[in-house]
Write a protein that binds this ligand. Structure first.
Ligand SMILES: C[S@@+](CC[C@H](N)C(=O)[O-])C[C@H]1O[C@@H](n2cnc3c(N)ncnc32)[C@H](O)[C@@H]1O
Length: 237
């Protein structure tokens, strides 16, 4: 492993604001932050631009950046330590396991910032807005807690709209081209590392804000069959 990566891994192991696969933390985040303020997650946070920028902007809320990759978390965590930003911490784990780290209703909001679009239909179940993930979020998110998706991928945006329609999610905002808006919502102006890479070359940033019904049906097999039929042909074309 590269020297820089090893150094970062060694550093985050000593950081008080990085929790790596912690045990027995469920229901105890208020003791980490030493307050009862709302808790907001940034899933697939990478270097944690949203976690940091929102924590600076909203000192009355707590932010937790979640990612698998310790060397990426290092960046946001180092910044938060240097700035003594007490309302931003990082959780290193797999998002598949998120419900193991939070109690029911412990989370107020979730941001999904430029998650991998997993373009092939065979990988659709790995998309962070696939219903099996939404069901995990449902376990920890307050009743009307919102989920924000910001992406440069038209495929992930359209796929998420399919999920919204199929599973009856409640849409609060749907913007197909953020920077074409005359009045851009302020929180959407925060730029992440992947936004700057413009990998999808779509020249657009898409945004969806939605909440989940109390009971999210498990219609996944049927839904996946529908996706395969509709998009496999499209993939081959
Ligand atoms: C495309 S990057 C986006 C990073 C950041 N949000 C940005 O916009 O710059 C996707 C991130 O998701 C993380 N990731 C992907 N799948 C994950 C999973 N199952 N659990 C935790 N993190 C995951 C990757 O490590 C990576 O940092």
């Amino acid at each position: 492993m590269a020297h820089k990566k090893l150094k970062r891994f060694a550093e985050i192991a000593t950081y008080p604001n990085v929790f790596q696969y912690p045990e027995n933390i469920k229901g105890k985040w208020h003791t980490v932050f030493e307050n009862q303020n709302p808790v907001v997650l940034e899933l697939a946070c990478g270097k944690g631009e949203y976690t940091i920028a929102l924590a600076e902007k909203y000192p009355g809320q707590n932010f937790i950046g979640v990612d698998l990759k310790g060397n990426r978390l290092w960046k946001g965590a180092t910044y938060a330590l240097k700035k003594n930003l007490k309302n931003a911490v990082f959780l290193r784990t797999q998002i598949e396991m998120i419900a193991g780290y939070f109690d029911k209703d412990e989370v107020d909001e979730i941001w999904l910032t430029f998650p991998d679009p997993q373009l092939q239909i065979s990988r659709a179940k790995k998309r962070l807005t696939f219903p099996r993930f939404l069901r995990e979020y449902r376990k920890i998110l307050k009743k009307d807690g919102v989920i924000h998706l910001k992406t440069d991928s038209p495929d992930l945006y359209n796929f998420t709209k399919e999920v919204i329609g199929w599973y009856g999610l409640n849409v609060a905002s749907d913007i197909a081209d953020v920077y074409a808006q005359t009045k851009i919502p302020e929180d959407l102006l925060i730029k992440t590392y992947y936004e700057s890479l413009d990998i999808s070359k779509s020249n657009k940033i898409f945004y969806l804000k939605f909440s989940l019904p109390e009971n999210l049906k498990d219609d996944d097999k049927e839904f996946y069959r529908y996706l395969k039929e509709k998009y496999a042909t499209y993939e081959k074309a």
